[in-house]
Design a protein around this ligand. Structure first.
Ligand code: ATP
Length: 411
């Protein structure tokens, strides 16, 4: 981790550059909530897309799900959350951190909960998925979505919030295969960490001792990250046994066993699959990525700040500048260069930004703070020989490149 990075610097950059704002800010905020602005949302969407492509889109053994946030409260009784999803208050009393709401009107209203984790919807749809797709074990169900926890002390920007997003997989296996699957998902977590660009040197595994594990888990590894406020959980990998399927089967009266038509021992076998659960918080992933990417250096005798984001997560892939905005020929040429880049790269307008505001130095600074990997400047020489200045974010180096060759450098 860059030792100069502080939470104040990150929070301030996020606000200044349109990534993340305090929730309900004009009313004085609401503790534990943050609002994603234009670039923060683009970054978030990229992070979710990479996860989805890696773990669902590019695999044959995965199924997607988008379940309702409000579930029948009996599901949270069966899973143990109503009895046990609690944190200690200062007084020592336990406080259940599920958000309560009520469903229905008047006397018919019943108490329900906003889901505290996305996993619940997955277990409840296990049978639907099996009936629709007849998957062979091992297979997984993945879900990205909001989850809510009435945290007693929300803090540290996106780290501990009350409304968050999770990316979770329940991977169903034959009971004797759990260790093999646990190992596979352990390495898969690093593939994702590398793909988004979180500094691997700042990630550490913590084998969670039995007394600290969630009630459903027989083995948990926390993947911790060196945040500026300490080494804290970024992601978790848990072996949830058959706890959830068995508990939901019992409470709902629905058979949630699986008929293996081709077990290793031959014949047919009916049993309750066991579960490996890799779980990521989107918001903590974004925070770890921002901490990894935030960089300050000296360039041209001045201190500058930039986000060292890889092009897959960067909200903007490139920016095109006409050197001067009051020279119609330059502006027209720059528009032409942008249009051909859009066509050659397949990126949308938002991914190749236009900026003609202020001097070039200021424009570079803006793009650096957003994490834009490349800037392209069209100047008078462009009108003569069709070359542009291609400027690299990390080194600040500028080179003349034939404009038709720029697209391949961006991809
Ligand atoms: P912690 O011990 O830090 O409270 P947890 O062990 O309760 O976290 P899990 O129940 O394992 O967390 O949730 C899975 C993932 O969801 C976590 O790894 C984390 O990335 C994310 N997460 C959980 N609680 C929060 C929160 N309040 N704010 C932001 N992300 C969270």
């Amino acid at each position: 981790m860059n030792s100069d990075v502080t939470m104040e610097k990150i929070v301030s950059l996020c606000k200044r550059r349109g990534f993340i704002y305090p929730g309900s800010e004009i009313y004085g905020g609401l503790s534990g909530t943050w609002d994603y602005g234009h670039f923060g949302l683009a970054l978030k969407n990229n992070i979710k897309r990479i996860w989805w492509n890696m773990f669902v889109g590019s695999r044959d053994d995965m199924y997607g799900l988008d379940a309702a946030i409000i579930m029948n409260p009996r599901a949270w009784e069966a899973s143990g959350h109503v009895a046990g999803f609690s944190d200690p208050l200062e007084s020592g009393k336990m406080f259940n951190t599920m958000f309560k709401t009520s469903v229905g009107a008047g006397e018919d209203a019943t108490t329900a909960y906003l889901r505290p984790e996305t996993a619940g919807g997955i277990f409840v749809n296990f049978k639907n998925t099996v009936d629709s797709f007849h998957p062979k074990l091992p297979f997984g169900i993945a879900q990205i979505g909001k989850a809510f926890r009435n945290e007693i002390a929300p803090r540290d920007f996106l780290f501990r919030v009350r409304e968050m997003e999770q990316m979770e997989i329940e991977y169903f296996v034959r009971p004797e295969k759990w260790e093999e699957s646990f190992r596979e998902w352990n390495s898969a977590i690093y593939r994702y960490i590398d793909a988004v660009g979180i500094s691997r040197a700042s990630v550490h595994e913590l084998e969670v001792p039995e007394e600290d594990r969630a009630h459903y888990s027989k083995r948990t590894i926390d993947f911790e990250f060196d945040f500026p406020f300490g080494r804290k959980e970024l992601s978790g990998l848990a072996y949830r046994t058959d706890f959830d399927l068995s508990a939901h089967a019992k409470a709902s009266g629905t058979d949630l066993s699986y008929l293996d038509e081709d077990p290793p021992a031959g014949g047919k076998q009916r049993f309750t699959p066991h579960v490996i659960e890799p779980s990521f918080g989107v918001d903590r992933t974004i925070l770890a990525l921002l901490v990894s990417a935030y960089t300050e250096d000296e360039l041209g005798g001045e201190t500058r700040t930039y986000l060292k984001l890889n092009k897959d997560v960067a909200p903007v892939k490139a920016a095109v500048f006409p050197l001067l905005k009051n020279k119609p020929q330059l502006v027209a040429k720059a528009r032409e260069v942008r249009a051909s880049l859009l066509q050659a790269t397949g990126y949308g307008l938002q991914a190749i930004q236009w900026d003609d505001n202020g001097n070039i130095g200021k424009r570079y600074r803006r793009q650096d703070e957003i994490g834009t990997p490349a800037c392209i400047t069209v100047d008078f020489q462009t009108l003569e020989d069709d070359t542009v200045t291609l400027r690299d974010r990390d080194s600040g180096a500028q080179e003349r490149v034939v404009s038709a060759d720029v697209a391949q450098r961006l991809l």
